[in-house]
Design a protein around this ligand. Structure first.
Ligand SMILES: C[S@@+](CC[C@H](N)C(=O)[O-])C[C@H]1O[C@@H](n2cnc3c(N)ncnc32)[C@H](O)[C@@H]1O
Length: 382
């Protein structure tokens, strides 16, 4: 069942069922499949437990290939062209203008990745997963994310050896001079990572049943997807979205696409410098602590505490590691991503963040199971 949910994913507006949620808890939104990719999708046999063989390492040797193949297919309109019906490689070549040889290679690899199917007439078609998440014109598509892997993510990773040697990241996205150029491309492309979790958060806070106006502060809002998902659940929700000035037009654009722009206002500036205002019922920190690092995160939690009213709730979306920093693998890999992309970024454990929340005087620090890389962390201002 876990695999079923991973493949199916959750599209925008679709709410995870209880059954889905427990499967997602095990699979963590399919990110656990980084490992499965190496285990299952290779024709190589798995070595017996007590045998040391080179197979696993050899599989890692091409681990960079799937996102690049998906990105190449997105950029060459493979998924978009197949949205109108099954086609042969020659038909697709005619439609996209890309020569047959490369197209055939990536399309067959996509069959191996279970993102395309091929029938007896050599016609390729989409799978439910590629149809749901890899068509470029759908809200909540991951197509843009895969297209930017080769242009905006992988180039920085190519400096990893040197960065480890010197301790200096090739680029610091936590700074206003460099961050917005990257984040303005990223934020809409990661909507599918946070929308289902934000929907779960709104339901767990019972927003639909509230009878009083609710003030939400969405810190480092990016696309604004956390606030948008909450605003969708009740007309009484008003969201204040905060981000660097260059990012706010993107937030505004997304709120318009989702039809909730009339319930948003904006605060521009650095997370530690901007004036958040106060008396909020809910404050959201969606995927910002890992960029900020420990020292600034602790300051930010204290500042957020001051912005909430008594009884207000803080909700944190993060890539959590265990206390020993030995798992889960996607969060460990994401820590390397933050090393490459920031001066102090990292992934943290629940215990660490709980400690910082308590230091900021929050109470009832707890986890909320939700789709996404990790459970959400919630705490209440007494
Ligand atoms: C990974 S994105 C997350 C966006 C959104 N919260 C989400 O979960 O989809 C990080 C966001 O934080 C913003 N950001 C990063 N550092 C910031 C800072 N020091 N001050 C203000 N915004 C910052 C970026 O512009 C970007 O929108």
């Amino acid at each position: 069942m876990t695999k079923e949910v991973v493949r199916k994913g959750l599209s925008l507006g679709e709410r995870p069922t209880h059954k889905d949620s427990s499967a997602l808890r095990e699979s963590r939104f399919g990110f656990a499949d980084v490992k499965a990719l190496h285990d299952c999708r290779s024709s190589m046999k798995r070595p017996k437990k007590d045998q040391v063989t080179p197979e696993r390492l050899m599989q890692f040797g091409f681990a960079y290939a799937p996102p690049l193949i998906i990105g190449a297919a997105v950029s060459n309109k493979v998924f978009d062209s197949l949205a109108t019906g099954a086609k042969t490689v020659a038909q697709l070549s005619k439609e996209t203008g890309a020569p047959v040889r490369g197209l055939r290679a990536i399309m067959n690899a996509l069959i191996g990745l279970e993102l395309l199917k091929k029938d007896r007439q050599e016609k390729y078609s989409l799978t439910p997963e590629s149809e749901a998440f890899l068509l470029s014109n759908k809200i909540g598509t991951l197509a843009g994310f895969f297209a930017m892997v080769s242009t905006h993510i992988l180039p920085d990773w190519l400096h990893l050896s040197e960065a480890v040697k010197t301790g200096a990241p090739p680029i610091a996205l936590n700074q206003e001079a460099t961050g917005p150029e990257f984040f303005s491309i990223l934020v809409e492309n990661i909507i599918p990572m946070s929308y289902p979790a934000a929907t779960t958060l709104g339901r767990s806070l019972g927003l639909a049943k509230k009878r009083e106006p609710l003030r939400v502060l969405d810190i480092a809002a990016g696309s604004g997807i956390w606030g948008i998902a909450l605003a969708q659940q009740s007309p009484l929700v008003h969201v204040t979205a905060q981000d660097w000035p260059a990012m706010i037009p993107i937030t505004k654009r997304t709120t318009q696409k989702f039809g909730v722009s009339d319930r948003f206002s904006y605060v521009e500036g650095d997370v530690l410098e901007a004036d958040f205002g106060n008396d909020y019922d809910i404050a959201i920190l969606g995927h910002i602590l890992h960029t900020e690092g420990e020292e600034r995160s602790r300051k930010l939690l204290k500042k957020t505490f001051r912005a909430l009213k008594s009884g207000g709730v803080i909700a944190i979306g993060e890539w959590l590691v265990n206390d020993q920093r030995t798992e889960p693998l996607p969060s460990l890999i994401f820590a390397v991503n933050m090393f490459i992309h920031s001066e102090r970024g990292d992934t943290f454990s629940f215990k660490e963040i709980k400690g910082w929340l308590e230091e900021a005087r929050f109470k009832r620090v707890r986890k909320l199971e939700a789709p996404g890389p990790s459970p959400l962390i919630l705490a209440t201002k007494p």
